[in-house]
Design a protein around this ligand. Structure first.
Ligand SMILES: Cc1cc2nc3c(=O)[nH]c(=O)nc-3n(C[C@H](O)[C@H](O)[C@H](O)COP(=O)(O)OP(=O)(O)OC[C@H]3O[C@@H](n4cnc5c(N)ncnc54)[C@H](O)[C@@H]3O)c2cc1C
Length: 385
């Protein structure tokens, strides 16, 4: 325990039981396969079904739609244990804390009944396709179109860097249903990929870190979906829907950053207690203790802030600017702390066989996706008057 006297204020006994079950599941079922997944550049498809069978997918979706009937805290607990186990390529957050909540909050009753139970079992893997080769931060500039033709929408466009791209069975596509209307012409259109000839998966992209994540290109070429696949059943709502969900998505990234900070400090403490130089433990150098004292202080400050954000979120009071503060500050600190921890490992820190090396590579993207940290500062800046 990094800070034995601190307990997240939103944690209760039921969540502690879920935490233990999730930790056991990831240790027994996923950890032994992690090296294989890293080598093949994606998790096995069955991993999704296994997580579904264990009741870990869609923890915050009501039981009537096949979920576990919990709330944001339940998702958090599962996500934290996944990261603590060092599993960085399983796109749980996109599937369970982004795609499923979109369907729950904005879907029509028919859409909820059709998709949520299958997302909860892992029969469907979810993805969200916003980013395009020519636009990421500037979402209103997406070029993908979904144009109505009779009882169908015809989607044309290309998406890139899409998490779960190789496995996805259900993709929420950000597209213009009315290209003349800018942001007001954006809709979220759901593509069920199975047997759809207009949907094509591109490359599973090679990247700096998160090497077992299937981050991919997706192509839509006269891809036809039923008119009923516009999320919520009404065109033009997409931009607002995206904006409303962003605070919880960004808090989730901040929370993952805090878990990574804590894990980095723990494994570094293990290392510097064992490693000797100049006849003493590396931990006994004052520099080591000062560096780790700084890291531990910052990690606890981050933890208390994200915990407060969870309380605000549960209370419906987490605004976009505050979530942006959590996302940018925690992910910046994650990268700084992991860098310090890697340094304290010496050469071992640069070797793949040491967890800190992978954590260093995995961390970098946290400052980029979910809205870059520059965009976060833009959003905070707008509240300055
Ligand atoms: C591993 C990984 C997984 C991802 N998963 C997904 C996914 O599942 N779905 C999805 O849709 N996308 C996903 N993305 C894409 C990610 O969300 C985008 O890369 C991100 O939003 C940035 O967009 P961009 O790459 O187009 O960068 P750009 O928007 O081109 O930005 C380039 C630089 O310009 C800066 N910049 C841009 N606008 C401004 C501004 N107004 N003020 C100041 N600076 C600015 C940015 O901060 C950045 O530093 C993923 C990316 C990665 C790397």
């Amino acid at each position: 325990m990094l800070y034995p006297n601190y307990q997240s204020p939103w944690l209760d006994d039921e969540l502690r039981i879920l935490r233990d079950a999730a930790a056991k599941f990831f240790a027994q079922e996923f950890k032994p396969l992690n090296e294989k997944w890293l080598a093949q550049g994606k998790v096995d498809r069955e991993a999704w079904n296994k997580a579904g069978e264990a009741g870990l997918l869609c923890a915050a979706i009501p039981a009537e739609y096949g979920g576990a009937g919990g709330d944001y805290r339940h998702e958090t607990v599962v996500m934290e244990e996944m990261h603590r186990a060092g599993i960085s390529g399983f796109g749980y957050q996109v599937h369970s804390t982004i795609v499923a909540p979109y369907v729950l909050h904005y879907g029509t009753e028919a859409q909820r009944r059709a998709w949520l139970p299958k997302l909860a079992t892992g029969e469907l893997v979810g993805a969200i396709a916003m980013t395009e080769p020519n636009t990421g931060s500037d979402l209103q500039a997406v070029r993908t179109t979904a144009l109505r033709e009779g009882n169908e929408y015809v989607i044309n466009g290309a998406k890139t860097y899409i998490t779960n791209g190789q496995h996805a069975d259900l993709v929420i596509v950000v597209a213009k249903t009315d290209p003349t209307k800018g942001g007001k012409g954006i809709s979220l259109v759901v593509v069920e990929t199975a047997g759809n000839p207009g949907f094509k998966r591109g490359r599973n992209l090679k990247k700096l870190g998160m090497k077992s994540a299937d981050t991919s290109e997706l192509f839509f070429e006269d891809c036809r979906v039923p008119a009923g696949n516009v999320l919520g059943g009404q065109e033009g709502q997409g931009f607002v829907q995206l904006m409303q969900q962003l605070p919880s998505e960004r808090l989730n990234i901040a929370q993952a950053a805090v878990v990574a900070m804590e894990r980095a400090i723990e494994i570094t403490l293990d290392y510097v207690r064992e490693r000797k130089a100049f006849g003493q433990r590396v931990l006994d150098f004052q520099n080591t203790r000062f560096k780790l004292a700084e890291c531990k202080s910052q990690a606890l400050i981050a933890r208390t802030f994200v915990d407060q954000c969870v309380l605000w979120l549960l209370d419906g009071k987490l605004d976009a600017a505050t979530a942006s503060m959590a996302k940018y500050w925690c992910t910046d600190k994650q990268c700084e702390i992991i860098d310090e921890c890697l340094q304290l490992h010496g050469g071992a820190g640069y070797m793949d066989e040491y967890e800190i090396s992978r954590m260093y590579a995995d961390a970098r993207v946290q400052k980029i996706y979910g809205g870059t940290n520059e965009i976060m500062k833009e959003l905070i800046g707008r509240t300055l008057g």
